[in-house]
Write a protein that binds this ligand. Sequence first.
Ligand SMILES: Cc1ncc(COP(=O)(O)O)c(C=O)c1O
Length: 476
Amino acid sequence: MDKIIGDIGKLLSNHIKTSKQNKNYVLNQQSPELIAATLELKKLLKKGFSNNNEILNFIKNYLKNTNHLSNPNYMGHQVAVPYDLSGIPELIHGTINNPSSLYEMGPAGATCEGFMINWMLDKVGWLKEKDYYNFNFKFGEASGILTHGGSVANLTALAAARSAICPKAWTQGNPNNIVVIGAKSAHYSISRALSILGLGSNSFLPVKVDQNEVLIISDLEDVFNKAIKKNLRVMCVVANACATSTGLYDPIVEMGDFCEKHKIWFHIDGAHGAAALVSKKNKSLLKGINKATSIIWDAHKMMRVPSLCTALLFKNFKHQALAFQQKGSYVFHEEEVVGMDSMPYTIECTKSALGTKFFWSLALKGERAIEKYIDYTFELAKTFYELLEKEEFFELPYRPESNILCFRYLKESKTNEFQKTLRYAIINRKKFYITSCEMNGLRYLRVVLLNPDTSKKELKNLIEEIKNVSKELFEI
Ligand SMILES: Cc1ncc(COP(=O)(O)O)c(C=O)c1O
């Protein structure tokens, strides 16, 4: 085991080094048939790896067919570029397999989870006088759990909100007058969660957004009043912090005041943008977050943690405790248990050692490094905006608040179809990886600047690449 692990370590280290130095393509997309044949999946499954060389060969071919997030030209989806050693807890977990949902199945992992939850609660301002080593969560005090991703966390939060407004729904099913209000631009996992909960996606009442996908506060009042007139009961109001498409934040203070006034559950979807809480410079973007009833925060987006790892935080442990009104006598021991089980509060029964990889990534360079990283990436998006502003033919709908920026290049064509074609042509040239999105019927190119090695140089190169590719497309 020692020898092969050392050799795999060397392969990975070389992969990261060459990616960081931009010595390979960001993404060289081959068809799945070709990848399956290159990896010899059929043969290896049948007879197994016959020696260490075959294992190493498989890994080499595997790495060639991956998206190189460490390449500074990676500006794509909201998936963390982890620290070089962020994967170590995954190796430990994969080797010993200690799921952290039951304390006795993984005491160290469960402890890291409880510790990181306390750390996050502190960032929100909900920990009060409690010590990070105090793992007792009580009614009236804040609490949280880690889940496999933001979509599961949103579903869990909405299940908890439903239990609060309608405790009988767990046993008797849903009444037909429950609704959730949020920006039209809310992440699709919200309406998907409502369908999964049996409330139906029509129970989501969208509030109008401005041209940059930010909730218009005056329309929240209108949507609410119309719902009340129809005898609908508002289970929850959802805020984007920030919106997936634009990276802009909904008016959290005003939405929080609204929820306080009407005594409505206020859920903040901070999957991407709650990370700004770690930054003294940027945390004002989340002003009003303490008014939330629940918050989700993905560590695998902006905290340099490998996917998946999301926190769901509750202002009052009562809401976490009552979300799932169910007991499994073989797993929930209540009084006699040492430590804490997160299993009663999660959709997942078995859960990976999420807290361990979260703690580990932060501990690799310390908290201050994450703060600097957030500040750097948020500033980089502003730098890109300023570079594009000086250019002709680039349309910029807004100045970025976080590290996401949407824009259009309109020299050769103004159609939506062209922006889409342009994006595919750029990624097919393999030098850059960017995304695209639609807002108000218009198609945009979109960058998420979360690679710490991306600098002004790469941004200038991207501008040139866009111009060249667009010209070439037009000439074809
Ligand atoms: C605002 C928002 N909420 C939820 C999610 C879903 O998170 P996950 O991909 O971790 O399931 C995303 C993903 O991009 C998001 O941007």
